[in-house]
Unconditional design. Structure first.
Lengths: 485, 95
């Protein structure tokens, strides 16, 4: 069967279950395409030989009752994978081979999927363009020299370029939804506490969530159903009744109330984004949804809040990288010198910048002015959403304030890079689920995404809205395989 | 507000990240532009607002205090950049 890599996850599962395709055939197709796609730099670590062996083993005794039977996939290199190097995109973890498996990836292997390799990402997931990775930037398959977004940039590039049928990323301030939007793919950031953080390299623990990335909403729903479990190894994992998201998926969203927050009409927003949003509202109406204007008055304070809370938590989480127990070590004249040189040589510029911000806002005399202040504003932001959800079932916004930008375009101006996450960050601060779906193209032909934000634990509802709108939008990605010689 | 080189040196010491003059100047510029952006929060009055420490409205679950993983010494030491039998090795601390 030709064009295996063009098939959706659901298509591949069906073909494997009906024995039209074997896991070996599918795995071989994705491995071959990945090998031809090195120019994208989507992978940090390839594990193709093991993947092909596992596929062969699966085919010898296939368990077709599983949800991901013999499906090959690569995952973001922020998930610890037992016996396979896990770097978090950093020099400081360049030689780190976990002796344990993250809960989320374990859930995936338990359902029959096969690991192909680890995907590039911004260092410790700190970035919006995949340019902070120690392993180099990633190309967006949409166009040469275009960033794939970040921090899950290897993941978005690999899905869009069909190197993997699906993948998982992590989202602390937009790191699943923004890259999905930049590559014409679908990305879901689940409710905080939905997917276990156990075995995920920590960035900002009160914001980090793992989530699925895929070609379409249905595939996203299936993967979410697999990865979302209660886990006693994560003290913030929440024990709630999880749906079988893909089975309960419906396009019937008649009468659903969808809010349009006026504060998301930010200054200097390109007309293309405004137009896309208007189009999105029309699509939602066509699906039978009721559109309601709402206000989220503290939206403008979300980014400044985020750039206190996230670096503060990061500076604390990253204190563990000291060159003693694992990872890179630089030689020093004494213990302190060894620590300081290890961290100075082992971390890249953006990570050092954020550790310094975090250390400063937590330091003696500044804690109340910055960190406590940010936690209070975070409460106001969450209250905004709580108030809005008294009137509406979900909220529709653009995913990003622009389409993908050029590699190198924003690297010298951290604040302009941070502004990329203006529509996604509030969702993390409030711990809510949000999904980005491709909804159109700009004048250059680059994809643009719309974001649907839900109530906590209401993933099913935003998946349903996304599923209904996806059909009306009928998005087609323009990918020409320019990188394949 | 301005973060001068002296402050940068102080934060770098707290962060255990060594910083030379050139890097300190670059960091000072970057941090000042980021803090200019963060200052926006001062527009808001928050005296009577409760700080949000966790979005997960849940209490910690109790569990029985049982050992679940047996001797993990080899796994724990496996990724150490330098070890000596059962120990992590660091530069000499006491003369």
């Amino acid at each position: 069967m030709s064009d295996i890599t063009k098939q959706s996850l659901s298509g591949l599962v069906e073909n494997i279950k009906s024995k039209k395709l074997s896991s070996s055939e599918v795995t071989k197709a994705f491995v071959e395409r990945s090998e031809k796609s090195k120019e994208l730099n989507a992978y940090i670590t390839e594990d193709y030989t093991n993947a092909l062996n596992k596929a062969k083993k699966f085919d010898e005794k296939p368990n077709l009752d599983l949800k991901l039977p013999g499906i090959p996939m690569a995952v973001k290199d922020l998930f610890c994978t037992k016996d396979l190097k896990t770097t978090a995109g950093s020099k400081i973890l360049n030689n780190f081979v976990p002796t344990y498996e993250s809960t989320v990836t374990q859930n995936i292997w338990n359902e029959g999927a096969i690991l192909m390799g680890k995907l590039n990402c911004d260092e410790f997931a700190m970035g919006s363009s995949n340019e902070t990775s120690f392993f180099g930037n990633v190309q967006n398959p949409i166009d040469k020299n275009l960033v794939p977004g970040g921090s899950s940039g290897g993941s978005s590039s690999a899905v869009a370029a069909q190197l993997t049928p699906i993948t998982i990323g992590t989202d602390t301030g937009g790191s699943i939804r923004q890259p999905a939007s930049f590559t014409g793919t679908v990305g879901l950031k689940p409710t905080y506490g939905s997917c276990s953080r156990y075995g995920i390299v920590a960035f900002a623990s009160s914001l980090d969530q793992a989530g699925p990335m895929a070609h379409n909403v249905k595939d996203c729903a299936l993967l979410q159903e697999v990865i979302s479990t209660y886990d006693e190894k994560d003290s913030t994992s929440i024990d709630f009744k999880r749906n079988e998201y893909s089975k309960e998926l419906t396009k019937d969203i008649k009468g659903k109330k969808i809010g349009i927050p006026k504060e998301y009409r930010v200054d200097g927003m390109p007309k293309e984004i405004e137009d896309l949003w208007k189009k999105g509202i029309e699509y939602a109406k066509d699906c039978g949804a009721e559109i309601i204007d709402i206000s989220l008055p503290h939206t403008n304070y979300a980014l400044p809040t985020y750039y206190i809370v996230a670096p503060a938590e990061a500076s604390s989480n990253l204190a563990r990288y000291d060159g003693v127990k694992y990872g890179f070590r630089a030689d020093g004249e004494n213990l302190i010198d060894m620590y300081e040189k290890t961290r100075s040589e082992g971390f890249g510029a953006e990570v050092q910048r954020r550790i310094m911000i975090g250390t400063y806002v937590l330091s003696s005399g500044y804690y109340d002015a910055y960190y406590l202040k940010a936690q209070k504003v975070r409460k106001l932001i969450k209250n905004d959403f709580d108030d809005a959800y008294k009137k509406v079932d979900a909220i529709l916004t653009p995913s990003t304030p622009s389409s993908a930008f050029k590699i190198g375009e924003k690297t010298n101006d951290p604040v302009s890079m941070y502004l990329n996450d203006i529509f996604t960050v509030p969702v993390n601060l409030a711990g809510l689920p949000g999904i980005s779906i491709p909804a159109g193209h700009d004048a250059k032909g680059y994809p643009l995404g719309l974001q649907i934000i839900g109530k906590a634990f209401d993933e099913q509802n935003i998946l349903n809205i996304a599923y209904a709108m996806e059909e009306k939008i009928n998005f087609k990605n323009n990918i020409t395989d320019w990188w394949i010689k | 507000m301005s973060i001068d080189l002296k402050t940068i040196k102080h934060i770098s010491k707290l962060s255990r990240i060594s910083v030379d003059e050139k890097k300190a100047e670059k960091l000072s510029g970057d941090l000042n532009s980021i803090f200019d952006f963060i200052e926006k929060l001062n527009e808001l009055k928050t005296d009577n607002v409760e700080p949000l420490t966790s979005v997960a409205e849940t209490t910690l679950k109790l569990r029985s205090d049982e050992v679940k993983s047996k001797n993990l010494r080899d796994q724990v030491i496996k990724n150490s950049p330098k070890e000596n039998e059962d120990y992590f090795v660091v530069p000499k601390v006491i003369e």
